[in-house]
Design a protein around this ligand. Structure first.
Ligand code: FAD
Length: 533
């Protein structure tokens, strides 16, 4: 095999939500040479139409298509763990829902000892990333690269859900990314004029012609290179050739919550006994690599809608799909422009809480196996705790970089997660039973209204729930024995190496994780440039 060596200032591994931001910001100064390595392909046709996410979720051309180890609280199922594998990473295959989380999330990170990560301190990065026309300027950004929009059309079905939620006691919230998250809202999305706003589109497109930025796709980083405790580069494979690239300043690992810990372990950074057992030379013993895995585990409920014409199962039937296609091409709305859940609610499951601890999302159709539109007309809902406390792990079981690491979620191991989930199911039922929903002739299909007992409902959750694709925390930031990076995202005990992606979150953000991952990319870029000055 041939070996080629090139030298850069910064090498970024992974062109996802965080990595693409870093590539753009670090290469803004034309004197700085940046290499961005991405294991996946440059793009995929289905990323262009929002509803294409149904065609990406099991598509190995754009998705790592991992699966989790069987575990007790998933009834021994191998849960699918989709992750983006192309420029834009998971931002290019995700459900396009835009949720920052709560101020409490970031204040908690700061309280854990991470200076610079309080809500007040991360807010400027959330503002810097986005271009959003609504909301209050105190909270929202107007001129960032990522266009954020509200669903353009509040359909009668969405209005009924908004009204029913208010009848159940939730306030209407016109901006859950503003002063407060609480209430029921129309979703904000990373869709603009019918086009998905992935980080590939918003951050890489404008930067890709810079002569100082080299973007190499289909390049799998398989090992970090060290001189003593300093990371000096990376070895990567592309089409059967092994390459080496050197970093004069730093290597930044942005391979996501599954593959960042994998790459560290393959490179000899992690639990030393685990690495030695696999024959890997230990560069640095770091107990937390791959630990602290958190995700949102969410049961999906299915509801029949008897009244005709409200759901997309009805609207897309027969020639209706042609009408939907016209609607999308002329107005950029309708079925083809849908994100994962156009209506969502954030609420508290008990008294004494400062802010919401659970959410519900509504999707205006029933989906059949294989992500096809169901013959039956209805709605799908999901619910989950916002800041799940159950923690699991991701570790390599092989020294082969092409073998997926073992993912053990350990879902529901923290009792409050189960309690909040049960409350979410009951809250969904309450809302769906409100007078504002009556004209829709709503009927619960799944689980079934007869299932009322906590134990029975929990058994159903274990049989059927899935993740909402938000794994975080496997290279967590902090200063405790399980922390992998410090508050400036430098890997503890080593130099020249940072991790910047969803894996550094010490705890889950209250909602979807794309916006926080982009924020991490923005903040990491600023810290790296400041440290180099
Ligand atoms: C199906 C799905 C739906 C989702 N829906 C939403 C949603 O609606 N809203 C929301 O906010 N969040 C959603 N998320 C979650 C959100 O998209 C992720 O949390 C976020 O994109 C994570 O960003 P990241 O930078 O950590 O990793 P990623 O964006 O996953 O990027 C990691 C990148 O690194 C590359 N890579 C990995 N290993 C290597 C290697 N060794 N060498 C080179 N390249 C490598 C990967 O191919 C990938 O491109 C969803 C995720 C999925 C998968």
């Amino acid at each position: 095999m041939e070996t080629i060596e090139e030298v850069f200032d910064y090498i970024i591994i992974g062109a996802g939500s965080a990595g693409a931001v870093l590539a753009n910001r670090l290469s803004a100064d034309e004197r700085t040479r940046v290499l961005l390595l991405e294991a996946g392909k440059p793009n995929n046709i289905w990323t262009r139409i929002p509803i294409g996410f149904g065609r990406l979720i099991e598509n190995p051309d754009a998705n790592w298509c991992y699966s989790a180890e069987p575990e007790e609280n998933t009834n021994g199922r191998r849960m699918p763990v989709p992750r983006g594998k192309l420029l834009g990473g998971s931002s290019a295959i995700n459900g396009m829902i835009f949720v920052r989380g709560q101020s409490l999330d970031y204040d908690t990170w700061a309280q854990l000892g991470n200076r610079g990560w309080s809500y007040r301190e991360v807010l400027p990065f959330f503002q810097k990333m986005e271009q959003f026309d609504g909301g209050d300027e105190e909270y929202r950004g107007r001129s960032g690269p990522l266009r954020v929009t509200e669903i353009p059309e509040v359909e009668p079905l969405y209005q009924a859900i908004l009204d029913a939620s208010q009848q159940a006691g939730l306030p209407f919230n016109s901006d859950y990314n503003g002063a407060s998250q609480e209430g029921v809202s129309i979703s904000q999305t990373t869709i603009s004029r019918g086009r998905r706003q992935s980080t590939a589109h918003c951050y890489l497109e404008p930067a890709k012609t810079r002569s100082n930025l080299k973007i190499i796709s289909e390049a799998l980083a398989d090992c970090l290179l060290f001189e003593g405790s300093r990371c000096v580069g990376v070895s990567y494979s592309r089409r059967g050739t092994v390459h080496k690239a050197r970093a004069g300043r730093e290597v930044i690992v942005s391979a996501g919550s599954v593959k960042s810990p994998q790459l560290l372990e393959l490179s000899g950074i992690g639990q030393s006994s685990r690495l030695r057992n696999l024959g890997i030379d230990v560069v640095h013993d770091l107990a937390g690599v791959g630990e602290n895995l958190r995700d949102h585990y969410a049961p999906r409920m299915r509801w029949r809608i008897g009244a005709r014409g409200f759901t997309y199962n009805d609207k897309a039937r027969g020639l209706g799909i042609v009408r939907e296609a016209f609607k999308f091409f002329f107005k950029r709305t309708g079925l083809l422009g849908l994100p994962a859940a156009p209506v969502r609610a954030f609420f508290r499951t008990r008294g004494g809480l400062e802010s919401p601890d659970a959410c519900i999302g509504w999707f205006p159709l029933l989906v059949a196996p294989g992500y096809r539109i169901d013959e039956e007309s209805g709605i799908t809902t999901f619910t989950h705790p916002l800041r799940s406390e159950s923690t699991g792990s991701i570790h390599i079981g092989s020294d082969d970089p092409y073998v997926q690491p073992e993912i053990n979620f350990n879902f529901l191991s923290s009792p409050p997660d189960a309690e909040i989930t049960l409350h979410g199911i009951r809250m969904t039922r309450e809302i769906m039973g409100m007078p504002a929903m009556q004209h829709l002739q709503v009927e619960e299909i799944f689980p079934n209204p007869g299932l009322q007992d906590d134990d029975e409902l929990m058994a159903w959750v274990k049989q059927t729930a899935e993740t909402t694709y938000h794994p975080v925390g496997t290279c967590k930031m902090g200063s405790d024995p399980l922390a992998v990076v410090d508050e400036r995202l430098r890997v503890h005990g080593l130099t020249g190496l940072r991790v910047a992606d969803a894996s550094i979150m010490p705890t889950l953000s209250s909602g979807n994780t794309n916006a926080p991952s982009i924020m991490i990319g923005e903040k990491a870029s600023e810290m790296i440039l400041a440290d180099a000055a």
